[in-house]
Design a protein around this ligand. Structure first.
Ligand SMILES: [Zn+2]
Length: 333
């Protein structure tokens, strides 16, 4: 009986390994080779993308760069060729590395789970990700919630999305309509408020949403360098703003002359939503917006302009103030 039980469990183990295509003893390198074979791609193929969080996470307390190096050697994907992309995650997040085939969105995702390499073989092409049913079952994959990150970035890459958009997505770790709004606003600012000698930008993130991560990448406006001042508003405060679709402000400041100018900006999600059918999943909605990323004026507008002296600049940017009240754009002051 004991023998029979053992035989039964051995059989179950063999079958499960067979069905999932995983052999737990595989090294990482072997998994990458297997993935290439599986996708019918070879080293240096231009239709191959590698997307990974390897530069950011830690595995057993050590950085994951040796595996990233192995993947580069095996696939020929490099940053310079534009087919090696990263996404930021907390250091404790599981390791992920995806090989993605441009032509149809077929992908193999290699993850580290309890000291083993495990894989998901899955199609995440545009047709798949536009169906709500796909998103309902993502927890059944090892990659789980990272599926949104992987699918949104890979499809934008496949469709030839701008590189600075992909770089913004690396920091934000996914592409969503919110990040897209920030990307469009950053380019609107660069187009409409070009800097003169001695001037610099301060973006006022108020109200705050996903958009803020695009300013940091596209404009190098970061909180640490005081280029991005982040001020969340309560729902009541938002309702009191007197312009439609308030999205933030840009200040163009000359620190030596102690003067500058500013603009309150609005962002309308309506034209963005109009590009896809109602209830389109977010990852697919972003793809529909791709053809319009070079037309920020369709979505962004200047709702007010004002001059800045030192007192006003400080009043807007320092703690304890509501910038919209400072520039007189609240219904009740
Ligand atoms: Zn987001």
């Amino acid at each position: 009986m004991q023998r029979l039980t053992r035989l039964f469990f051995t059989l179950v183990l063999l079958l499960s390994v067979g069905f999932s295509g995983q052999v737990f003893a595989d090294t990482f390198e072997e998994n990458v080779s297997q993935a290439l074979q599986n996708l019918n791609l070879s080293k240096g193929d231009v239709g191959l993308l590698v997307l990974t969080n390897a530069p950011y996470i830690k595995v057993d307390g050590a950085n994951a760069l040796p595996w990233l190096n192995q993947a580069q050697e095996k696939t020929g994907c490099t940053v310079g060729k534009g087919n090696l992309l990263f996404f930021q995650r907390a250091q404790s997040h599981p390791f992920r590395l995806m090989l993605f085939r441009k032509t149809d969105g077929q992908a193999v995702i290699i993850s580290r789970e309890k000291s083993n390499w495990v894989t998901d073989t899955v199609n995440i092409g545009p047709d798949t990700i536009s169906k709500a049913a796909f998103w309902e079952k993502i927890d059944t994959y090892h990659a789980g919630r990272d599926m949104f990150t992987l699918a949104s970035l890979a499809n934008v890459w496949a469709k030839g999305g701008p590189y600075d958009f992909l770089k913004s997505a690396e920091l934000h770790n996914h592409i969503c309509p919110g990040l897209t709004s920030g990307y469009l606003m950053a380019h609107y600012i660069l187009d409409h408020f070009p800097l003169k000698d001695g001037e610099r930008y301060t973006v006022v993130a108020c109200p705050v949403w996903c958009k803020e991560d695009a300013f940091q990448v596209v404009m190098d406006c970061t909180p640490g360098k005081k280029g991005l001042v982040v001020k969340p508003l309560s729902d009541d405060q938002k309702k009191q703003i007197s312009v439609a679709n308030p999205a933030g402000m840009v200040l163009v400041w000359d620190a030596e002359q102690k003067r500058g100018r500013g603009a309150a900006l609005s962002f309308s999600f309506d034209p963005l939503r109009a590009l896809s059918a109602k209830d389109t999943p977010k990852a697919a909605m972003v793809l529909a917006a791709l053809d319009h990323l070079d037309q920020p004026d369709r979505f962004v507008s200047t709702s007010a302009e004002f001059n800045l002296d030192e007192k006003r600049y400080n009043a807007i940017t320092r703690a304890g103030s509501n910038p919209w009240a400072v520039v007189g754009l609240m219904k009740t002051q």
